[in-house]
Write a new protein. Sequence first.
Length: 666
Amino acid sequence: MEKKKNYPTPVFRKLKGYAFDPSFSSTLSKRQSNEVVYKIPWEETEPGPCGEYVEIIDYDPTKRCFYKAISLQDPLVLADQGLNLSEGDPRFHQQQVYTVVMSVIYQFEKALGRKIIWSRIVDSEDQEGSVTSSNASYEHRFVAKLRIYPHAMRQQNAFYSPAKNALLFGYFKASSNWNGNNVPGSTVFTCLSPDIVSHETTHAILHSIHPYLTEDTNPDMLAFHEGLADIIALLQRFTFRTVVEEQIRYSRGDLLSTESILGDLAIQFGQAVSGNRRALRSFLVEKDENGKWRPVQPDPQKIHQEAEPHNRGAILVAAIFDAFARLYKFRVADLIRLATNGTGVLEQGEIDPDLVKRLSKEACEISEKLMHICIRALDYCPPTDLTFGDYLRALITADVERNPDDEEGLRFAVMESFRNWGIIPGDVNTFSAESLEWQSPDEYVSEHDLLAKFKEDIKNCFDPDLAKRNINPLAKDAVNSIEKILRENDRCKIFKESRRLCALVHNVFEDRLEGKEKLLGMNFKQISYDCACQDESGNEIKFFLSTKSDRDKFQVFKCRPLIVSDPGSGDTIKTIIITFLQKVYVDLRGSKYQGYFKNDEYAFRGGASMIIDLATCDIDYIIMKSLNNASRLVSQLNYAVEQSGSADNNALLMQSDEPFAALHLH
């Protein structure tokens, strides 16, 4: 009897799916490019599909039934790269949504260099302490799988639910005047739109990394959530070379002055809701006054005019796509010159297939680099009160860290496009890469003795040499915990060990931060805010901390060790990102803000993301939002008061049980 052979585990699972949405497969000319094969990391799945990260629960409440679950492990399904594309088969709907969600998770993990972990925060209204405080109600809980409901509701909506740790997708009848490729009145399933699925998955991942960026403290916070979700959804398309090649062939190499659909988001959804729309949102091309296509024109005034989160987020997306357009035009100029004998003008007719492939290669490489730098920048963002200017600085810093030479000009394209769209940080002296990159504390901290003591505490906690020689038990515990996290592959074990590391770091710093907490944007003393607040007589008004505020309590919210490659030597570098957070309550009685907030108190949050090189224990960056910044407090109060008087009250909206559901219906 022949001995059974052992076969290697596949690296990827290949599954058929839509690149755009089902409406494109109803036309012969677009069908071929719309029907693609996704490559996602291989994992053993149960019917649903249910894997390590997600579980599909296909219950339709409008019909009060569970649809039969697909088994991706079935030999017949495996043999044919999944089920064939079908708008009418719920099992294909399950396959499509699983495939797109896993492809987005794959891109995030590839860019960040670590696993995505779902979690839930339990944080009381009245008290916020550290993970180790005996009287603290703050708790960080592991969530094994993100739940996905492909047919959750009969609505023109899809959203991420933090309360349920789930993605919910609706379906609806198209409007009677729909000018899309399907017949009026046909059913539109949002779970079949890769754009919508990618968008909602990005919301979930961003919330897992920076949960406090859902607090509407400034006009950019919710807009950033919407903008980043659109950016990832659109750049995901460029992972399909056949799709890009078809668009380049159709546009004759010029993606920026023809009716390219690569910059159109949720085309079927936008047309089905309103028949006169090209798509839900468009970012690459637009029509001029004569009805001719042209690149979307940067408008630096929009940033001062748009307040609605989707419209304001579209400015961020436009800036990223403007950078893509600049890089693409720059990178393909030599190819066009070679193909035209130096004239730069292609002859009439279809362009050479080899040129199509080369142009597509450039477009795909640019988009992948942009997508990964947009994701990596999340590690260089402050943990709260984020602005578009902060994100620009995070983009530049992340690119400098991974690509110090910038031979391709990526960050200069990003800087130029952000400037042309009016996104300019207010805290830099010049608009240059050197100014925009976050500074190390050595460059801006004036209290050298204070910083030196803080660095000594860092060294005592993380120095591998002290740990190896067993000189400092604190260092031994921290280094062992970090090594355990870096070696571990089980997401639950990584989460639990990370929480233990957070508690360890908190205990280390709890007794050592007095006097040094301002380096992390925190404050353990009585604070007086006296900036730009006057009564009707012009008398200065000061805000004070509420007596109930535990000012000595703070969170070590996350400790994220990771290994990155040194761009110069190719060696690996161990770093750790530690997030510190503190919340205080400001007493508004007697100020012009009295009467606008519950109990005349305002919850004001501060803290920092600190990045440490574990080889040297040097502090690379401290990216903070300080509690000692009176102008930031006043800006938040003015914004909240302005929001309370508007029809679109995003601050109240984001306090609802399902904030993203309300935001997407808004």
